[in-house]
Design a protein around this ligand. Sequence first.
Ligand code: IPD
Length: 300
Amino acid sequence: ATADLRIFLDTARGVAREAGALIRAAFDGRSHAIDFKETNAADLVTQTDRAVEDLCLRRLAEAFPEHAFIGEETTSAAAPAARTALGDRPTWIIDPVDGTMNFCHGFPFTAVSIGLCIGRRPVVGVVFNPILDQLFHAAEGLGAFVETPAGTQALPLSPAAVPPTLTTALLATEYGAGKEPHVLEPKIATIRRIVTRPVAGRGIRSVGSAALSMCLVAEGSVDAYYEAGIHAWDVCAGIVIVREAGGVAVNWTPPAGAAAVADEPIDVMARSVLCVRGVKGAATGSQAAAQAALVGQLRA
Ligand code: IPD
């Protein structure tokens, strides 16, 4: 029910603020002891990732002891058989520091990302960048907002016309931590296609945080973002924020026999995402067609 979503959202906002204070206090540039996951030199983890995840799991479990939890660091450290599978009961999906590499290098795009799935569907999302002091939040049916020291604004920030075609789009993507050929090759092929005339998109940005890239789509600063190889904790919260701002969020790899893009469900465990900006409540015909066209061009 909506009242429950409001409680879940408000609790997650409080936890994100508390977690963000830990990130902010530790954000001092280059003094972090770094560990590497699964011998991957681009997949970093610090004491702050672990401390923030512990805090989030503790606070949310105190508030909602009957819920399930999936955290990036807990999951990465567990043997595959001991990892929590996403089921139908309410499940919090947490990335304590999304943009860990940015955090380690002092690049100010780093955020705690807290999402909630019910029946495997993302319904609450909070993404807090404590360095730039921007807290993005959304819950299904309640809209998407950003809180800054200047106040709270609904998303998107400047409701522009329908999303553009690829040739006039500003896009965001990442090379990502995973360098396996089956993950990297399609990304490189798509970037090559996007930057090659005559189709060419206007530009490509890589900010180093999937969650914040999705918030850029929700606020309308970039037109679309896609990535493969990411995990549920990178995208769960962002999916809700994009959708509640009027955008679409689907898997980059299309599901078999998919319905129209506007009705396509997303599988948060499927390791890919593609989202396109929009305006909530806009004359849906032309907006939905433009969103579907851009989704098609970026998937091709
Ligand atoms: C990473 C970021 C990055 C994406 C990587 C993720 P992390 O998350 O979201 O943008 O390209 O694939 O792993 O490891 O910093 O939480």
